[in-house]
Design a protein around this ligand. Structure first.
Ligand code: UDP
Length: 238
C-alpha cells in the first residue's frame, strides 16, 4: 500500500494443502499456528476475510479421473472446503478470535449463508470471516472465488499463501534449484507463461479489475502479518 501503513482490508486464500500439511485431513498444529497469526493481524486492526481450499480432502478433477461424474465430484470438493472452514473457526475461537463462517452452499446449522454486506459488517466489528463451499458452483476453483470475494467485499489485496515456496518462480523450485523468484510480475506474463500461481480465471478476474495479488510463503512464521502489513515479501502481481 502506498502509505506504508498496511492494508485496511485483505482477502487471504489458504489452500487445502495448508490445512493438511501435505496429507489428507487437518493438521492441528498447523491450523493452530495459522489461527494465532490471524488473531494477531485482526486484533492489530486489519480487516481479514479468508477463502479456504479443499484439496486436502477432495479435488473434483482427481475424483473425475477416478471415474466420478465431474459435477458430483466438484460438489464433494466444495463440501471439503467447508470442513476446513470449520476447523479454522474452531482453532481461531480457541485463541480468542471471533469468527463467522459463510458458505456459498446454504447449510444453516453449520454456517451463515454468503451475504456480502453482512460479511463486511462482521469485519468492521473485528470478526474474521471465513468463506467456505467455494462459489457453490462446479467448474470453479477456490482461487477464482478468492478473487471474486476480494472484489465484492472491497479488499485492497489478494494474499495467496503458498505451502513452502516463497513466491512465483520461473520454474519449479522444488525440482530445479536454479529456478529464480520474481519480485514483481504482470498479470499478462502469468497468463502467457502459464506460471503456476492460480488458475487463469482467477488471474484474469484480478487483471480486469486491477486487484493486486501477493504470493507468499505461509510456512515462514509471521508472514501472514508481514503480507497484511504491506511488507514487500514474495511476488507482487499487478
Ligand atoms: N470447487 C468447485 N467450485 C468452487 C470451488 C471449489 O467445484 O467454486 C471444488 C473443485 O472440485 C475443487 C475442490 O472444490 O477441486 C477443492 O477446491 P480447490 O481445488 O480450489 O482447493 P485448493 O487447491 O485450494 O486446496
Amino acid at each position: 500500500p502506498a502509505d506504508g501503513n498496511g492494508y485496511q482490508r485483505v482477502l487471504l486464500k489458504l489452500s487445502g494443502e495448508a490445512f493438511g500439511g501435505g496429507s489428507v485431513g487437518v493438521d492441528g498444529g498447523i491450523v493452530h499456528s495459522i489461527a494465532e497469526q490471524l488473531a494477531g493481524v485482526v486484533h492489530g486492526g486489519t480487516q481479514v476475510a479468508v477463502v479456504v481450499g479443499g484439496g486436502n480432502f477432495f479435488r473434483g478433477a482427481e475424483l473425475a479421473e477416478a471415474g466420478m461424474d465431474r459435477r458430483h465430484a466438484d460438489y464433494m470438493g466444495m463440501l471439503g472446503t467447508v470442513m476446513n472452514a470449520l476447523a479454522l473457526q474452531a482453532f481461531c475461537e480457541q485463541v480468542g478470535l471471533e469468527t463467522r463462517v459463510q458458505t456459498a452452499i446454504t447449510m444453516g446449522q453449520v454456517a451463515e449463508p454468503y451475504i456480502p454486506r453482512k460479511a463486511v459488517r462482521h469485519m468492521e466489528k473485528g470478526r474474521l470471516v471465513i468463506f467456505g463451499a467455494g462459489a457453490g458452483m462446479p467448474y470453479f476453483s477456490t482461487d477464482t472465488v478468492a478473487a471474486q470475494r476480494a472484489l465484492e467485499i472491497g479488499c485492497q489485496v489478494l494474499l495467496m499463501a503458498k505451502n513452502g515456496v516463497d513466491g512465483v518462480y520461473d520454474d519449479d523450485p522444488r525440482t530445479n534449484p536454479a529456478a529464480t523468484m520474481y519480485d514483481d510480475l504482470e498479470y499478462a506474463t502469468v497468463l502467457a507463461d502459464q506460471l503456476k500461481v492460480a488458475d487463469a480465471t482467477a488471474i484474469s478476474l484480478c487483471m480486469d479489475n486491477r486487484m493486486p495479488i501477493v504470493v507468499f510463503n505461509l510456512l515462514r512464521d509471521g508472514n501472514i502479518a508481514r503480507a497484511a502489513a504491506g511488507e514487500r515479501i514474495g511476488t507482487l502481481i499487478s
